[in-house]
Design a protein around this ligand. Structure first.
Ligand SMILES: [Zn+2]
Length: 328
């Protein structure tokens, strides 16, 4: 008897191997993170993330058009405001940068492009922390109110889904409650539930100008040694009403993707973060690795680990590789 789980007869031709693949990667599960900033006629490359740009609202449609053309129809907006203050008021301003980007995208693309927003304070606060401070500490409950306001303003501006990334306790419930109250019961929440304090976020902070001015985020993000804590966070957010649970980063946390997938019965998302992107780009530039193949392997590993949804700066490339039959 052939002990191989994949019988020899199924390992023959390429066409057959593809048919019996265990893991599928498809375009409908890709989300592309995109940075929007104040100003006009801006498309500036992010130095630590070559090939990724910050767009002003007027140049955004062209970028979205390209994505749609590649077959990627889901984006997640990150805002870079001109004005930052102690309470991150531009996060929930009606004419804030994300709100205007949403209005523009909805006006130009209607429902062809699915719009998700990152909901956090750190890009908007002068101190770069994910909430309002009391002394040197982030004040959890006061922050919840601002996060909910931010989420609501995004939905009112056209967001199809909101994704709180701050890791404050109780924020999913707070956002859910306010959205329901205002008649947005059908808007899903994708929660950054299993988010580790990670050096992989380095290039993002450069991209969004959101590095904390003092201290770090370890008091509200998880220690990367911890597994059970990650599961606990995921379960808590499920209980609070999250619709999708995200694990972040992806590459060094494949075990967590699998465990979350096996533990909860909601869709799981994995965010392949800026540092993952930057490593691939830097390694490829030096000629140390083959960029295309690494991108395919990284993506397949996240899906193999159990992710249903993949947030990646390589979304356009992966879509092309799917077209070319190199992954899928
Ligand atoms: Zn934050």
């Amino acid at each position: 008897m052939d002990m191989n789980i994949r019988p020899r007869r199924l390992r023959g031709s390429e066409i057959l191997r593809k048919m019996v693949r265990e893991t599928r990667v498809d375009k409908s599960s890709l989300i592309y993170p995109i940075f929007v900033k104040e100003g006009t006629n801006i498309q500036e490359e992010i130095p630590t993330m070559p090939g990724q740009y910050r767009y002003s609202v007027d140049t955004l449609p062209k970028a979205l058009e390209e994505l749609l053309h590649a077959g990627v129809n889901k984006v997640m907006f990150f805002g870079i405001p001109d004005h930052k203050d102690e309470v991150g008021s531009q996060a929930y301003a009606q004419d804030g940068i994300v709100q205007r980007a949403l209005q523009k995208a909805k006006a130009e693309f209607g429902n062809d492009m699915y719009l998700i927003t990152d909901v956090c304070m750190c890009e908007y606060t002068s101190h770069g922390h994910c909430g309002v401070l009391c002394g040197q500490e982030v004040e959890n409950d006061a922050t919840l109110e601002l996060l909910s306001k931010t989420a609501l303003s995004h939905v009112q501006a056209g967001a199809d889904m909101v994704a709180p990334s701050d890791m404050m306790d109780g924020r999913v419930l707070a956002i859910r409650t306010l959205l329901d109250e205002k008649g947005y019961k059908e808007i899903p929440i994708m929660s950054y539930a299993v988010k580790y304090a990670s050096a992989f976020y380095g290039p993002f902070r450069d991209a969004a100008g959101s590095a904390p001015s003092f201290g770090d985020r370890k008091s509200y993000q998880m220690d990367f040694h911890n597994r059970r804590e990650g599961i606990k966070e995921a379960l808590l957010d499920v209980e609070e009403g999250a619709d999708i649970i995200m694990v972040k980063p992806a590459l060094s946390y494949l075990d967590m993707i699998r465990e979350v997938k096996d533990t909860i019965d909601l869709p799981v998302a994995a965010y392949s973060v800026s540092g993952e992107y930057a490593m691939v780009k830097a390694g490829a530039k030096l000629g140390y690795i083959e960029e295309d193949r690494i991108i395919c392997e990284m993506a397949a590993s996240a899906y193999r680990a159990g992710t249903d949804i993949y947030l990646t700066y390589f979304a356009k490339e992966i879509a092309r590789f799917i077209d070319e039959g190199r992954i899928g």
